[in-house]
Design a protein around this ligand. Structure first.
Ligand SMILES: NC(=O)c1ccc[n+]([C@@H]2O[C@H](COP(=O)([O-])OP(=O)(O)OC[C@H]3O[C@@H](n4cnc5c(N)ncnc54)[C@H](OP(=O)(O)O)[C@@H]3O)[C@@H](O)[C@H]2O)c1
Length: 360
């Protein structure tokens, strides 16, 4: 009986999708079978597919058919079967899952708080993606914040990293931060972090006309500017650009406008994934890609094990609480619901103030 469902996408055409079903695998000695309960879908997951070959996101949950892949998602699963002496059936885990109903995990390092998947094909991949929180062991865990956590934790942890990186670099001697795709959750988290600084630089949110009102309603950015009005920004302020859009046209225009006052651009995301060809005006030598897992590895070395998680968790909890005033998380179940959510996010139809929590 086929009782494992996978949601696959064509790697070169992410809106071509299919349902693949398998028989339930027999787990080996020391392995567990996790039943994926719910996961979030935001533009971040689309980006996993867009940069899947370049960054290696297809390697987490490989499939046999070369042209197809499974997109990774953040969410919760429950242990359905266990051949591991320390992990019980019914335990709940938070972490990185395939868009599928189940995952076989080969636990390596196991502590009361976490377990790591030590499957050979995952060993070379960034550790943050292989680590699962054993939430059933968390004091006071009740599942009430599961949806907030699956949507916001990975994004706001990145926001915390970006803020930490900017502080660590003395804001690159800039007085202003312009955030591209300012309506994205990763951008909003970054704005929360920057605004909580004792002496924050001026914060400008750059967004599309359709999201302007939503971004203004947040009351987080000192100024909200739409992409069409980039040239109206003052050019004489030393500026950092934190960009989630990956929009070559937008970045080229900003760099041309700012010239020497463009102190640093952090290329964080590619929400405008159909427009990411850089123009000749893009200043490469003061721009760099930002990769949160890399920053987390650096801080784990600097601060010692567990300290990054502790600080990021405090930030996430506060910011997630504030986000309840504007964010609606739509929960839906079933293959069709997953497919609908994927298409809604991929085509940019999901409103900026919404996110999906879905499961099979
Ligand atoms: N480097 C890292 O380590 C790292 C870590 C986490 C996230 N990220 C990246 O940050 C970005 C934001 O992720 P998120 O999950 O926070 O996003 P999100 O909240 O789902 O972002 C939604 C916003 O993105 C823009 N957008 C989304 N889809 C679009 C489409 N099809 N066409 C045009 N605009 C579209 C719109 O913003 P505007 O109208 O304001 O442009 C939209 O309001 C992603 O690219 C993600 O991969 C990077």
């Amino acid at each position: 009986m086929a009782d494992i469902t996978e949601f696959q996408v064509r790697k070169d055409k992410l809106d071509e999708t299919r349902r693949v079903q398998h028989d339930k695998p027999t787990i080996g000695d020391g392995q567990i079978l996790a039943k994926v309960d719910r996961f979030a879908i935001t533009a971040n997951n689309v980006t996993y597919g867009v940069v899947g070959e370049r960054i290696g996101y297809w390697k987490f949950f490989p499939v046999t058919d070369e042209g197809w892949g499974v997109i990774p998602v953040w969410g919760f699963a429950d242990v359905e079967a266990s051949n591991h002496p320390e992990i019980s059936v019914g335990e709940r885990l938070y972490g990185y899952w395939p868009m599928a109903s189940h995952l076989v995990i080969t636990p390596g390092k196991v502590s009361a708080k976490r377990l790591a998947d030590d499957a050979p094909h995952r060993r070379e991949l960034p550790p943050v993606y292989n680590s699962y929180a054993r939430v059933s062991n968390e004091p006071g865990y009740d599942g009430e914040t599961d949806n907030d956590r699956m949507v916001l934790m990975p994004l706001y942890a990145t926001s915390f990293c970006i803020y930490d990186f900017l502080k660590d670099n003395d804001w690159f001697a800039a007085k202003r931060v312009i955030v591209g795709s300012a309506s994205s959750k990763t951008a909003i988290g970054t704005a929360y972090a920057i605004k909580s600084d004792a002496a924050p630089p001026t914060l400008v949110g750059l967004t599309s006309a359709r999201n302007r009102d939503a971004v203004e309603r947040l009351g987080l950015y000192d100024e909200v500017v739409v992409y069409e009005d980039i040239e109206k920004l003052s050019s004489d302020v030393a500026t950092i650009i934190i960009d989630m859009s990956g929009d070559g046209g937008v970045l080229g225009r900003l760099h041309k406008l700012l010239g020497d006052n463009m102190k640093y651009t952090s290329n964080v995301g590619v929400t405008h994934f159909t427009a990411n060809e850089m123009s000749p005006d893009f200043i490469r030598d003061r721009s760099a890609m930002f990769f949160a897992p890399g920053h987390i590895q650096k801080r784990t070395k600097d601060w010692g094990p567990g300290e990054f998680e502790k600080r990021a968790h405090i930030f996430w909890r506060d910011a997630a609480l504030k986000s309840r005033s504007w964010l609606t998380i739509q929960e839906a179940h079933g293959f069709d619901a997953v497919e609908h959510a994927w298409r809604d996010v991929y085509t940019g139809k999901t409103p900026a103030e919404a996110a999906w929590a879905v499961g099979f």
